[in-house]
Design a protein around this ligand. Structure first.
Ligand code: PA5
Length: 448
């Protein structure tokens, strides 16, 4: 098993009875998912994706990745939310958060279309100047403002640099199979396209072309990633919480939240876990935060954040629990040098591996936080391999679905995301939004 859940440091905060209650509820959530009878059941394609993916497209992904690796120095991935977080999380976890700065024979990868920042865009365009560039625009709907605007800008950049014909060879589009406007445009322009399956929502799409193409470009073995997810799909199939750690995780986080622990902090002890925590936050935040319910997903990277949020976690409002993602085998070693002068008084660390020090920081923090009233779950990952990560991604996706059903929400929709868009469109003068524009402008005037 590549992933193990340790509940020792959460158990004292719960009673045995709560475990028993949770099993019955887990059984119900499991049946709902298995029988595809729950809310959002049109979006369960991710459940079997590790096995039932499009093999022809999968082969094309590998071919396109090889072509991109050969033909560019910079690869721009354009997408927002579920259309970029998974790929970025995997590349940073398996390669490095410093991937672009490392010596390598694969292109630099930058992410665009995930904000509306002019300065960020200008910096990316400056980075592309004088270098060979390919882009992958990823948008299931094809109409999301942020990636659509970024696509306009990078398409113009590529067409100016390579002409329409040359740009065609450098633009890769991942979108809805048939319905979206982007698909029609890509076909008309002759761009190579990949599919976001109809029954897979953005935040569950990392193991589709959405994630796999950028991940393959970075040189990650996508076969291994898929093998890990396949192993998870098989191992996490039964609802018995004494045997299924994924279901146990879903049960425990719900049991804790019912006791007022309504904020879950995902904790990593490695900078390469940072983007994974961002992916996880979107997965759980968008899936569960609705109908006035939800566990608020937050994240920290220790020991960095022990020097910023550590105080609050130790001593602030007691509505928190932590889930630590711990990678057992780091695969690297970094000994600490001896200093004959011992200026910092740290010679007791001489010759010790940084991984060991990090582990003691984890252990010490865990005890301190538990003593301070913060339950801790630990998710232990065997190693930093694509197989273990594939397992973990699937583990979190399935736990999220089960957890959403335990909570009594539809884990597969995101109606709340529309509210800001409507206001933004109205303020920007989109046709059809005139009434809303007047109302919002009146509110702005009242502010002055
Ligand atoms: O998880 C989701 O569904 C969202 O985060 C979407 O991925 C995000 O809003 C981007 O949507 P689209 O891929 O349609 O541009």
């Amino acid at each position: 098993m590549s992933v193990r859940l340790i509940d020792t440091y959460a158990k004292p905060f719960l009673s045995e009875k709560e475990y028993e209650y949770m099993q019955a509820q887990l059984n119900a959530a499991h049946t709902t998912l298995q029988e595809r009878s729950g809310a959002g059941n049109a979006f369960l394609g991710w459940v079997d994706l590790p096995r039932d993916y499009d093999k022809e497209e999968y082969a094309r992904i590998k071919k396109a990745a090889a072509k991109i690796q050969k033909s560019c120095d910079v690869f721009i991935v354009i997408g927002i939310g579920g259309s970029y977080l998974g790929a970025r999380a995997v590349v940073e976890f398996l390669k490095s958060p410093l991937y672009n700065n490392l010596k390598k024979d694969t292109p630099d990868i930058y992410f665009s279309g995930c904000n509306i920042s002019a300065s960020n865009m200008q910096e990316l365009l400056a980075i592309c100047e004088g270098r060979d560039v390919c882009i992958n625009v990823i948008s299931k709907s094809g109409t999301t403002t942020e990636p659509a605007v970024a696509f306009r800008i990078f398409r113009e950049f590529l067409e100016k640099k390579y002409g329409t014909e040359g740009a065609r060879e450098r633009i890769f589009v991942t979108t809805d199979r048939a319905r979206g406007t982007l698909k029609g445009f890509a076909d008309a322009m002759g761009y190579e396209t990949f599919v976001v399956p109809d029954d897979v929502g953005g935040r569950f799409s990392v193991l589709s072309a959405v994630g796999l193409l950028p991940i393959a470009v970075s040189g990650v073995e996508i076969d291994e990633l898929m093998a890990g997810a396949t192993a998870a799909r098989e191992a996490l199939a039964e609802p018995d919480l004494t045997k299924n750690d994924c279901y146990k995780y879903a049960a425990l986080r719900n049991a804790l939240s019912r006791r007022g622990k309504t904020t879950e902090i995902l904790v990593g002890y490695e900078p390469y876990l940072q983007m994974l925590t961002e992916w996880w936050k979107q997965l759980y935040g968008e899936s569960e935060g609705k109908d006035g319910k939800g566990i608020f997903p937050a994240s920290v990277i220790f020991s960095t954040d022990l020097h910023s949020l550590g105080q609050y976690i130790q001593d602030g409002v007691r509505n928190l629990f932590e889930t630590v993602v711990w990678v057992k085998e780091s695969g690297t070693k970094q000994p600490i040098p001896h200093d004959p002068q011992n200026i910092d008084g740290l010679n007791f660390l001489s010759g010790k591996d940084l991984n060991y020090v990090n582990e003691m920081a984890k252990q010490g923090t865990l005890f301190a936080h538990v003593d301070g009233g913060v339950p801790n779950l630990v998710i232990e990952l065997e190693d930093r391999s694509p197989r273990s990560l594939g397992y973990l991604l699937y583990f979190f996706e399935k736990a999220c679905a089960i957890s959403g059903y335990l909570l009594g929400v539809n884990p597969f929709d995101q109606p709340g995301v529309e509210a800001y868009k409507k206001n933004m469109f109205a303020l920007l003068g989109k046709p059809g939004y005139e009434e809303q524009k007047n109302a919002l402008e009146a509110r702005i005037s009242a502010q002055k």
